[in-house]
Ligand binder design. Structure first.
Ligand SMILES: Nc1ncnc2c1ncn2[C@@H]1O[C@H](COP(=O)(O)OP(=O)(O)OP(=O)(O)O)[C@@H](O)[C@H]1O
Ligand SMILES: [Mg+2]
Length: 354
């Protein structure tokens, strides 16, 4: 388990002026769990990553791995402890003049692991990332996704308890990204490692992370389970995690219901129930739904051709009973702005909801 307690990081600029880049970060990543860290450029994500991997020492605060405070160690003890943290770098950072197998063997060689044991371990690691057939290739002969998987094998060489990934999928095509994320989710399940996934890709967060922390100006602005944040629907995080294009004013629509499907299991009959509960037109204006393991995760925008308060209350009651979160925008002048909902998306969503 990784625990970060009240972590601060200050740098001193050339002018002598101090800048505080991390301003009291508290974050816990349990064993076998993936926490994504997202946030705008300059928020402090990579600084946090370097502090966790102890490439840089925090100005204050604690980094605990399985209860051991690594931030107060130095010298040999610090070097030993670094082994419990494996880092996957953005551009895999493989040495180009040695083979894939030699790259993966590097951390073991540095540790003085005996030759036979090293070879067996390297084969096991390459097998794990499905690249044993590339053992004798050079990094220049690999695709970006393959190189990144070799980077993962190398990060796992010393059996770390924590895996850190700073933008390891950025720049990869969707298929390679998917492969990497699937590999990471397998690793957390099989090896029980805690994974910190730093990314700017919300798709990656939705696909792989259990929890997500939004970092802004060195502070955690929001943090929670991915499904909970999307399901709440009313937070800035939900909007970023699963954006819904605003829809144009639709003739006849007098009330808009913004519905969120999140961590609570929902009876799929809710859409039909809603249509039956209201004696006015019910239309799907837009939205996004994704399969998230056992249940759909998403946000939908539904229009009602009425602003009668009893009808609206009946609609909300159906949604409440189904366990859905809903935000009502109503009145004669429904504030629906922006570009039209994507017709294909609306069809797709309608297909899922039906
Ligand atoms: N060694 C340093 N000295 C001074 N300032 C630094 C140093 N390293 C980082 N910073 C500053 O800290 C802030 C956070 O940088 P960091 O690289 O952690 O951001 P980031 O969230 O990873 O951004 P990006 O999404 O662009 O990778 C930036 O304003 C950066 O200029
Ligand atoms: Mg960065």
């Amino acid at each position: 388990m990784l625990e970060i307690v009240d972590l601060h990081k200050r740098y001193e600029l050339k002018t002598g002026r101090p800048v505080e880049v991390l301003k009291g970060i508290d974050l816990t990543v349990p064993d076998g769990s993936i926490t994504a860290v997202v946030g705008p450029s300059g928020a402090g994500k990579s600084t946090l990553s370097r502090c966790i991997s102890l490439l840089e020492m925090p100005s204050s605060g604690q980094i605990l791995v399985d209860g051991r405070n690594l931030s107060e160690l130095s010298g040999r003890a610090l070097r030993d402890s670094r082994r419990s943290i494996g880092t996957i770098f953005q551009h895999s950072a493989l040495l180009r003049r040695i083979t894939v197998a030699e790259n993966v063997a590097l951390p073991l060689r540095n540790l003085g692991v005996e030759h036979g044991e090293m070879e067996a371990r390297v084969a096991e690691l390459l097998e794990r990332v499905d690249l044993l057939h590339k053992a004798d290739a050079y990094p220049g002969q690999l695709s970006g996704g393959q190189a990144q998987r070799v980077g993962i094998a190398r990060a796992l060489a010393l059996r770390p308890r924590i895996l850190l990934s700073d933008e390891s999928t950025s720049g990869l095509d969707p298929r390679s990204t998917h492969q990497i994320l699937r590999l990471l989710t397998e690793l957390r399940a099989d090896l029980g490692v805690s994974i910190v996934l730093i990314t700017h890709e919300m798709e990656a967060v939705r696909a792989a992370a259990d929890e997500v922390a939004f970092l802004d100006h060195g502070r955690i602005a929001e943090h929670g389970r991915v499904a909970d944040l999307i399901g709440r629907g009313d937070s800035p995080a939900a909007g970023q995690l699963l954006p819904v294009h605003p829809v144009e004013r639709v003739p006849g629509v007098r009330t808009v219901l913004r519905v969120s499907l999140g961590s609570v299991p929902v009876d799929p009959a809710w859409f039909g129930d809603l249509a039956r509960a209201v004696s006015a037109g019910v239309s799907l204006l837009g939205g996004t739904l994704e399969d998230h393991g056992t249940r759909p995760l998403g946000r939908l925008v539904i229009g009602l051709d009425t602003d009668d308060q009893r009808q609206v209350a009946a609609a909300v009651a159906v949604l409440d009973a189904a366990g859905l979160r809903v935000i009502v925008e109503g009145g004669a002048d429904v504030p629906v702005r922006g570009r039209p909902a994507d017709a294909d998306l609306t069809r797709e969503v309608a297909g899922v909801a039906a």
